[in-house]
Every structure is written in C-alpha cells, then in structure tokens.
Design a protein around this ligand. Structure first.
Ligand code: ADP
Ligand code: ADP
Length: 225
C-alpha cells in the first residue's frame, strides 16, 4: 500500500525533537530506505508508522487511512527488528503461526502459509526448533517469515542485518532482494549502512539530525551527493 507522511514531527519529553517536519509519499510496492548516522531519527520515524511511537504533529496515512490514532495491531503492517524479538518459548513454527492464530485464521491455511514462507526463506528444517537453537541468520529468517505470513500492506524493517557478521549480512541482503521480487508489499527499511541503502532502495531518504537531507534513487544520490 501507499504510505504518506505529512509534516510529521516527533518531540520526546524534555523537548528532544527527534524528527522535524518529515514529508514523504511512498508508492505502492516501493522499497524505501531511511539511512543516516545513529541518532538522526530513522527508528523514531519507522516506529511512528508502526504505531509504536506517538506522532507529536502531522499525519501518517497507510493505504488511504489516517493511522495517527490507530493501534499497531489494526495497522496493516509487519515489522522486523534488529534483535529478532522472537518468542523464546515457542518453536519456529509456532512463532510464525502465532499472529495468524490470534486472527483466527483456519489451521490449514496457517499451515500452508507457514510452510510456504519457510520454503521461501530456507528454514523448513528448523520448524520444530526453539529460537535459542538457531544461528543469528536463521533467527532473522524466522523473524522475516513471521512477518510475511501476514501478507502485510507495509513491511517495516529496523536495522534487520546489523547484528549479523559481514558474510551473513551479504547473504541476507541478497535474500531480501529475492524476497522483494516475490511478495507484493511496500518496504520501509532503516539502516545506517550505505551499501544496504544503495543496493536495496528504490529511493533512499538520507536523514541528519532529525531532518531529511536528501531523497532520491541510488543513482541520483550517488551522482549528486
Ligand atoms: P536512529 O534510529 O537514527 O538512530 P532514533 O530515532 O533512535 O535515531 O533517535 C533520534 C533521537 O531521539 C536521538 O537523539 C535519540 O536520543 C532520541 N530518542 C530516541 N528515543 C527516545 C526516547 N524514548 N526518549 C527520548 N529521546 C529519545
Ligand atoms: P493445537 O492448536 O490443537 O495445539 P496444532 O497447532 O498442533 O494444534 O495444529 C495441528 C496442525 O498444525 C498440524 O497438522 C500441523 O500441520 C500444524 N502444526 C502445528 N504445529 C506444528 C509444528 N510445530 N510443526 C509443524 N506443523 C505444525
């Protein structure tokens, strides 16, 4: 779905302005990367789209709905975090099935979706394992699988590869490029890594000190820095 951020601002208490006047229209199925140094407001922006952080001023639309006052569970989004945030007591299968169970999706349908996502992500052999028995890369695949079974309109990723070593990071980056071709969804991806931004983004939003410094395709950003 389309995502629109209109004059969005975030003020934490003690008057810390984390995001100033953020304006962006994201097209359906576009892959947007928010990039910039630590503390520039990327994560806060993403969390406002997710509904995990209150919007101080401005408007956020997902599809054609104004979501400012909508709780996260009612937004048609899925989010993947840096630390995976898997449920430790559940198996991989149960982690991936959980949100669909809450939505009272039929068991057969859940089973088909979990197995399809597991196949796409190459984690079929680990479905019965608990997260603690997985490597970092495997955990991140499960986190992505848990998100895609929901067919979200918007897929939010907050530094998903930052906890992986360089080799796995490259591997998972390629995996995300493949995934992107397979599923119809709008991506908003946060990273401090310029290579990730340049290789993944249809458009890159460069942030600094809470402001948007530049928006453009990788080509535009590379040639007119
Ligand atoms: P980034 O994701 O680019 O590293 P963040 O969005 O996490 O940046 O942070 C932006 C700014 O907001 C930083 O100055 C940070 O210290 C501040 N900040 C983030 N979360 C909070 C919070 N819960 N309370 C107060 N200030 C915060
Ligand atoms: P219940 O909710 O009664 O515990 P289950 O969740 O075990 O029932 O659902 C049974 C079906 O769901 C099985 O036929 C199987 O296809 C699938 N399923 C459930 N858990 C798993 C699992 N850990 N691994 C593989 N398939 C599972």
């Amino acid at each position: 779905g389309k995502v629109i951020l209109k004059n969005v601002k975030k003020i934490y208490d003690k008057n810390v302005v984390a995001v100033h006047d953020f304006n962006l229209e994201i097209e359906d199925n576009e892959f947007i990367v928010l990039v910039g140094p630590s503390g520039c407001g990327k994560s806060t922006t993403l969390r406002m789209v997710a509904g995990l952080e209150e919007i101080s001023e401005g408007e956020v639309y997902i599809g054609d709905k104004l979501v400012n006052d909508m709780p996260p569970k009612n937004r048609d989004i899925a989010m993947v975090f840096q630390n995976y945030a898997l449920y430790p007591h559940m198996t991989v299968y149960e982690n991936m099935a959980f949100s669909l169970k809450l939505k009272k999706v039929k068991k057969q349908e859940i089973d088909a979706k979990v197995k399809e996502a597991a196949r796409i992500l190459g984690i079929t052999d680990y479905l019965q394992r608990k997260p603690k028995a997985l490597s970092g890369g495997q955990k991140q695949r499960v986190a992505i699988g848990r998100a895609i079974v929901r067919n979200p309109q918007v897929f939010l990723m907050d530094e998903p590869l930052s906890n992986l070593d360089a080799k796995l990071r490259n591997e998972m980056r390629a995996e995300i490029i493949k995934l992107r071709k397979r599923i119809q969804t709008t991506f908003i991806y946060v990273t401090h890594d310029q290579t990730e931004a340049m290789t993944l983004g249809d458009r890159i939003v460069i942030m600094k000190d809470g402001f948007i410094q530049q928006i453009g395709t990788p080509y535009e950003v590379f040639n007119h820095p």
